[in-house]
Design a protein around this ligand. Structure first.
Ligand code: FES
Length: 67
């Protein structure tokens, strides 16, 4: 069964084998709302770049929780 793209187990960055949950936690804990900081801290989105759209979206959603 395919994993839901919104689930924490979803591998958001196959290049780095990083899950959505791992990136979410780093964004929340460190309050990183800048894509460059997230890329560096989570080691995602720095190879093919194909996952960056998803990461941008996650940053926006989590940022909204803090506003
Ligand atoms: S899928 Fe994230 S850098 Fe390629």
């Amino acid at each position: 069964m395919a994993i839901d793209r919104k689930s924490r187990e979803y591998v958001i960055c196959p290049c780095r084998n990083v899950t959505r949950g791992e990136v979410e936690d780093i964004i929340r804990e460190k309050k990183l709302f800048d894509i460059k900081e997230v890329i560096e801290a989570a080691n995602v989105g720095n190879k093919c770049g194909g996952c960056r759209g998803d990461i941008y979206q996650m940053i926006d959603e989590i940022k909204a929780e803090f506003e």
